[in-house]
Design a protein around this ligand. Structure first.
Ligand SMILES: [Zn+2]
Length: 475
């Protein structure tokens, strides 16, 4: 486990001072714990061992391998070593997967993790809607709040069977905010992309802190948590000189770009503008894209761009219905996303899959429009492809990194065993996730998170949330 920051990192003392002034952390809270050295921090994280997962119903999500009933998965060196009917691995620790569905960890493709601390806070009146709430409170965040909220998010993700998240961070109010977010992702041990953005509510005329983006990128091996974390740009879209500079700087560093676009009927044409600026390509992810024209869909397909859909926030805030089938019919990679628990409430990817299927079938008035197996692909291999990570995660293919989950079918909401893809999309819930492995490390086992003090994570976020509401005067 690599230590974040290093010699040239932000003034730790300044940051600790800020957090203590905020009153959000007591003894044992993060700022003090963060001063631990790498050996101490590393020892809290389960080690990556050799495992033989035996006798599960293995859904590889690799078209060449398919499903294997009563099969084994061999994990060694943090990667999938083999998947077969019966594997001999005498040195491996054996995990009994009888009655379990074994499948790749679910891939989440856009989540403002700093807003999870504002769970279910988008209110019922316009002055307490999602945007005023997240901006009104977000402007008063200190770096420790980013840590508390992102750590809560990452822990919830793992509990729910999500092994990769796209941490779309549009409240970077200084370098220490980005560092705090990255440290939370590292401490939980999740695989993630950190997308660097503006402070929430920033003027469209002010660019992202591009010097800090370049600093992080140049020293990324110090931040990547042994390759689990990658860096990207949380972009505001074509339109202003500042956002053009953000894009150009990110691309010079080779970073992928992600942007919210065409959310409302009144904000159409966003993809056409990006295309007209010559900025569309396989490095670009478009979020929501509900009010997208056929010409824009054609441009997305031609340029190899991907799309991220978050049905629960799109429905809850009233953007409209995701046009999943339109993108899939055009061959555009689609990933599924949480977006913000301020609106969605939770990070239940099983429910997200179910909503995506049900909305699409209802839109098409066709029971068979979007099959469960196809939806499961969006949550695994296609989600990984949409993030440019299809070669390393998203399927249980030998040689890929060992990110997998085991879903216990011996539960009242999953018995009796019938058609596994349908069971996962229609019936499964996060509580059915028995085991979660990321990069060969077991982070959930027997339904409980390992190496994470759940009460401490929740208490820390609760304290931080109460303190920032007090500072913001938000009630
Ligand atoms: Zn979003």
């Amino acid at each position: 486990m690599k230590r974040l920051g290093g010699e040239a990192s932000i003034g730790r003392r300044d940051f600790i001072g800020g957090a203590m002034v905020a009153g959000a952390f007591g003894a044992g809270g993060w700022p003090l714990a963060s001063a631990q050295d790498s050996e101490e921090r590393g020892s809290a994280m389960p080690s990556s061992n050799e495992y033989l997962i035996r006798n599960g119903y293995v859904m590889t999500m690799d078209p060449a391998l398919g499903d294997l009933a009563e099969a084994d998965v061999h994990v060694r060196g943090g990667q999938i070593a083999a998947v077969a009917a019966s594997i001999d691995a005498p040195d491996a620790a054996v995990i009994d997967a009888g009655g379990m569905l074994v499948l790749p960890g679910m891939v989440e493709t856009h989540w403002h993790m700093w807003t999870t601390m504002l769970r279910s806070m988008a209110g019922d009146q316009p002055d307490h809607g999602y945007f005023p709430t997240s901006r009104g409170i977000g402007a008063h965040y200190v770096a420790g709040d980013m840590y508390a909220s992102t750590r809560l998010s990452a822990a919830e993700a793992i509990f729910s069977g999500i092994t990769f998240v796209h941490d779309w961070c549009h409240n970077v109010r200084g370098p220490e905010f980005a560092e705090a977010d990255l440290r939370a992702l590292t401490d939980i041990g999740i695989r993630a992309r950190f997308a660097y953005g503006t402070p929430t509510g920033a003027s469209n005329d002010s660019p992202i802190d591009l010097d800090d983006v370049a600093r992080l990128e140049s020293r990324w091996s110090d931040y990547s948590n042994d390759g689990l974390l990658t860096l990207g740009l949380a972009w505001r879209g074509a339109g202003t000189e500042a956002s053009r500079q953000d894009y150009v700087a990110a691309r010079e560093l080779g970073l992928p770009v992600s942007v919210h676009v065409n959310n409302f009927p009144t904000s159409q044409g966003g993809i056409a503008a990006i295309e007209a600026a010559g900025m569309l390509g396989p490095h670009v992810q478009l979020i929501h894209a509900i009010w997208t024209s056929p010409e824009e869909i054609e441009a997305l397909a031609r340029r190899g761009a991907s799309v991220s859909l978050s049905p629960y926030t799109e429905l809850r805030i009233g953007f409209g219905f995701p046009i999943t089938g339109d993108f899939l019919d055009a061959g555009i990679p689609v990933g599924l996303s949480v977006d913000t628990p301020a609106l969605s409430g939770n990070a239940d990817m099983f429910a997200i899959m179910k909503a995506i299927q049900n909305i699409e079938n209802s839109r098409a008035q066709d029971e068979f429009k979007l099959p469960a197996r196809r939806v499961l692909e969006l949550a695994t291999i296609e989600g990984a492809r949409s993030m440019g990570l299809g070669d390393s995660i998203g399927s249980l293919t030998p040689g890929k990194r060992a990110d997998l989950i085991m879903v216990d079918t011996r539960a009242l909401n999953l018995g009796v065993f019938t058609e596994p893809a349908h069971m996962l999309v229609e019936a499964a819930q996060p509580s059915n996730v028995d085991t979660v492995m990321i990069d060969g490390r077991i982070l959930k086992r027997d339904g409980r998170l390992t190496g994470i003090d759940v009460d401490e994570v929740i208490d820390d976020a609760q304290r931080a949330q109460a303190a920032v509401r007090e500072r913001a005067g938000w009630w």
